[in-house]
Design a protein around this ligand. Structure first.
Ligand code: NDP
Ligand code: GDR
Length: 345
């Protein structure tokens, strides 16, 4: 009999890759999506999974605990990957309560549902490097103190500690992956890497003139999402429920990522100006291709993230295998293809 997994948030980036990997491993997968006025399955469609016989798409909202209980009961899942969240940091400042309900309390709903239906179900919580926020140590490990800097980070910290608490109080197999930023061609376009690669592709084909960004100095530890979803699986197969950092241990600025992406279309951006009037220019044509728009600044910023995933390497045999250059190339190529074919999401 195949193992049964439930993935909340299958319409998101990680849900798509994780479902692909679990199906390849022979799992039956129940993937949850929200009721919306138009369907949002482009990621699983792009991976060719939409008609997979072992993939069951089920309507579900994390804020409705009763439906979580019924879903656990009817699916017979023995592993739950809780990936659903209001995951955009910027929006969490405008909608802190919605973010708290979904991203924070939503995880508690799943934990309570597991406790009610079958406490033997293994639970993975999608925790985040945003919990480190104003960082207290470099690099960040499982032992680094938390200091979240956004309503999203605060909500995730609640969900993280509820997972640890249910592990310690009720013996539930609650595992938490503190994942640093991970990107891919399936990344949502509001996140900075995909915004950059999509706009670079649009500039290349003449559909956009300029890339407008906020804080170019923010530093992130960016990896490839497919490596990280494999890490989630390994975290849930470990003998003991535990907390693991997944990261690349390399950090770069947003500015560096912009330069890297433009190199993908043979432009070597030259930077000039300071802070809020900085611009990026194509030295060959003299065109300004990058400029600052203050509307993309955040009320409080996470300036620097760099993770140390040695524990995951030691206990799970996991490490990030895709370089940032390779990741950026994959993303620019995918966006060029989509913009040329007119299939851009
Ligand atoms: P996405 O934003 O791409 O996906 C989030 C998913 O959650 C979507 O399927 C979304 O559905 C769903 N969702 C949102 N609200 C609800 C709700 N009320 N009920 C049910 N489902 C809901 O995120 P990622 O795939 O990038 O990330 C997966 C998880 O990992 C998230 O929890 C994120 O916070 C966390 N994380 C991500 C990192 C990253 O770098 N990608 C790093 C660390 C943690 P819909 O499509 O309808 O919006
Ligand atoms: P982040 O990702 O906040 O780290 O959260 P995002 O890509 O949104 O921002 C990264 C950094 O880039 C700066 N930035 C901009 N960001 C966006 N989105 N748009 C811009 O125009 C822009 N200009 C500069 C930001 O200020 C920030 O410093 C992601 C999400 O996936 C979370 O769910 C996850 O938990 C963390 O990564 C780890």
């Amino acid at each position: 009999m195949s193992k049964i997994a439930l993935i909340t948030g299958i319409s998101g980036q990680d849900g798509a890759y994780l479902s692909e990997q679990l199906l390849e491993k022979g799992y039956t997968v129940y993937g949850t999506y929200r009721r919306t006025s138009s369907v949002n399955f482009w990621r699983i469609e792009e991976l060719g999974l939409l008609d997979h016989p072992n993939l069951h798409l089920v309507e579900f909202d994390l804020t409705d605990m009763g439906s979580g209980i019924r879903l656990l009961d009817s699916s017979g899942a023995t592993e739950v990957y809780n990936l659903a969240a209001q995951s955009f940091v910027g929006v969490s400042f405008d909608q802190p309560l919605t973010t708290g309900h979904i991203t924070g309390l939503g995880a508690a709903h799943m934990l309570e549902s597991i406790r009610t239906v079958n406490p033997a179900i293994r639970f993975y919580q999608a925790s985040t490097s945003e919990m480190f926020g104003k960082v207290q140590a470099i690099p960040q490990t499982e032992d680094t103190p938390f200091y979240p800097r956004s309503p999203y980070g605060v909500a995730k910290l609640y969900a993280h500690w509820m997972t640890v608490n249910f592990r310690e109080s009720f013996g539930i197999f609650g595992a938490s992956g503190i994942l640093f930023n991970h990107e891919s061609p399936l990344r949502g376009r509001e996140f900075v890497t995909r915004k950059i690669t999509d706009t670079v592709a649009k500039i290349h084909v003449g559909k956009a003139d300029v890339l407008e960004l906020g804080n170019l100095d923010a530093k992130r530890d960016w990896g490839f999402a497919r490596d990280y979803t494999e890490g989630m699986y390994r975290i849930l197969q470990h003998d003991e429920p535990d907390t693991f950092v997944l990261a690349t241990n390399r950090t770069e600025t947003v500015r560096d990522f912009v330069s890297m992406a433009f190199r993908g279309i043979d432009i070597d951006i030259e930077w000039s100006g300071t802070a809020e009037d900085e611009i990026g220019v194509d030295p060959k044509s003299g065109r300004t291709l990058v400029r600052i728009n203050p509307k993309f600044y955040r009320p409080a910023e996470v300036e620097l993230l760099i993770g140390d995933a040695s524990k995951a390497k030691r206990l799970l045999g996991w490490e990030a295998t895709t370089s940032l250059e390779e990741l950026c190339r994959l993303m620019v190529e995918a966006d060029l293809r989509r913009n040329i074919n007119g299939t851009s999401f």
